[in-house]
Design a binder for this molecule. Structure first.
Ligand SMILES: C[S@@+](CC[C@H](N)C(=O)[O-])C[C@H]1O[C@@H](n2cnc3c(N)ncnc32)[C@H](O)[C@@H]1O
Ligand SMILES: [Zn+2]
Length: 405
């Protein structure tokens, strides 16, 4: 029994340090789980140490948002598990007036309660036992709404989006994680259509499509409430994607957001892709004449704001985390690709298509730039390139490069 809180863990547990705090979590070694088993683990309360990176980034993004709006903020984290996120937000984000957290798992609730007391945060964090949608709905009246809502579920965040938008203040921030990459990346296309209302595609840039499918779904759900949406930051890391979006009340804003919902047409024959907002019949590729496939409806607009990402980078300089260097690398890449065209090419895929050796990243990037194209690496794939060059132009540059070697 813990002397301070009276809590008794009825499962193997251990104290861990993360960011600026300490919490009690299930001892995963006792369950014989290896890292690939972490999500969801066999422990009675969910805990995934790999997500420290995700939580660090969330802290930094919320700090950037708080500095941007420059007022005290309230945060709701309705799927808290052991409470680690809410506890970190209350401790590591400046200007947090209050955090409301909940979980429907009784063991998780008890453990989160203990962890909040362990960190002396009873005055700042309110914990509820119960359903996330119920909690959000009961805080949807104008005076109760939140500045920030963090949806961190098992699998898809979609079941919580509607109530989250209703419980978010004008200009509030919503952050959502999705770990169901099999549907989003086209392995289970029907599940993606059911949950996100869009068709996925097993193209080489499926991780960006995953972000855009979730973003498109969020824009559509927000618009149902006369809410517009702007994506400030998003990333694909490990086994998940995560997006951060600021909302704005108003039917016109909702209409404007829907203007950014469309389709990405893809040619599996020559790798050409194009964005369309028009309904289409049976489209043929403008480059090679083959039949094209499509992904969507999905978000075709920006999925990161360069200025906001710069602010997160600045936050990363101002607080010591184990992951500072890794975060710096990711954010620098995202900052550099924030204004680049949608989708990316994977050098090896292009090489395979042409039966040519695939060059090193820097060599191909330099060749594209020399040919007059914009070309930047992307965080979505270590061999990926975002460019305004067409698929045909990419092929020409690669052929020329190989013949010159
Ligand atoms: C991925 S875990 C959350 C992890 C946590 N945020 C972290 O950073 O470690 C998802 C949590 O949602 C809880 N959950 C699932 N369905 C729920 C619901 N309908 N309402 C509230 N909590 C729910 C689960 O018990 C689980 O603890
Ligand atoms: Zn084609």
């Amino acid at each position: 029994m813990d002397e301070k809180t009276g809590y008794v863990a009825d499962f193997p547990s251990e104290i861990i340090k993360e960011g600026k705090i300490q919490v009690l979590v299930p001892n995963l070694k006792a369950y014989g789980v290896v890292p690939s088993d972490y999500a969801p683990s066999k422990a009675p309360v969910f805990y995934n140490p790999v997500m420290e990176f995700n939580r660090d980034l969330s802290v930094l993004a919320f700090r950037a948002y708080q500095h941007m709006v420059n007022h005290e903020v309230s945060i709701c984290e309705p799927l808290t598990s052991q409470g680690i996120r809410g506890i970190r937000y209350a401790t590591e984000v400046d200007g947090v007036a209050k955090v409301l957290a909940s979980d429907i798992n009784h063991h998780a609730y008890e453990l989160a309660k203990h962890n909040i007391e362990l960190n002396n945060l009873q005055d700042k964090i309110t914990l509820k036992y119960g359903d996330a949608n119920r909690l959000l709905s009961s805080n949807a009246s104008p005076k109760k709404r939140f500045d920030i809502i963090d949806i961190d579920p098992f699998g898809t965040p979609v079941p919580y989006l509607d109530s989250a938008f209703r419980a978010l203040k004008n200009k509030g921030l919503i952050a959502a994680t999705a770990t169901d990459l099999a549907p989003l990346c086209g392995v289970h296309a029907k599940a993606c259509l059911r949950k996100y209302g869009g068709n996925p595609l097993r193209a080489e840039y499926c991780h960006e499509l995953a972000v855009r499918l979730l973003a498109g779904c969020m824009a559509k759900v927000a618009a149902q409430h006369d809410i517009g949406i702007q994506f400030l930051f998003s990333h694909s890391s490990d086994h998940y994607i995560r997006v951060y979006a600021q909302i704005g009340y108003g039917a016109k804003k909702g209409d404007d957001s829907l203007n950014s919902v469309g389709y990405i047409m893809h040619c599996f024959n020559c790798l050409h892709r194009e964005i369309t907002h028009q309904p289409f019949g049976c489209p043929t590729c403008h480059e090679c004449g083959a039949k094209m496939d499509y992904a969507g409806p999905l978000w075709t607009g920006p999925i990161a704001d360069q200025g906001f990402v710069e602010q997160i980078l600045a936050e990363n300089q101002s607080i010591a985390f184990r992951n500072n260097a890794k975060i710096n690398k990711l954010l620098t890449q995202i900052k550099n690709e924030a204004n680049a065209p949608a989708t990316y090419y994977v050098i090896d895929k292009l090489g395979k298509k042409l039966n040519l050796p695939a060059p090193a990243n820097q060599v191909f990037l330099a060749a594209l730039q020399k040919a007059g194209f914009e070309a930047v690496p992307t965080h979505f794939n270590p061999r990926g390139i975002k460019t305004d060059a067409s698929a045909l132009a990419m092929q020409k540059v690669l052929k020329k490069l190989v013949s010159a070697q």
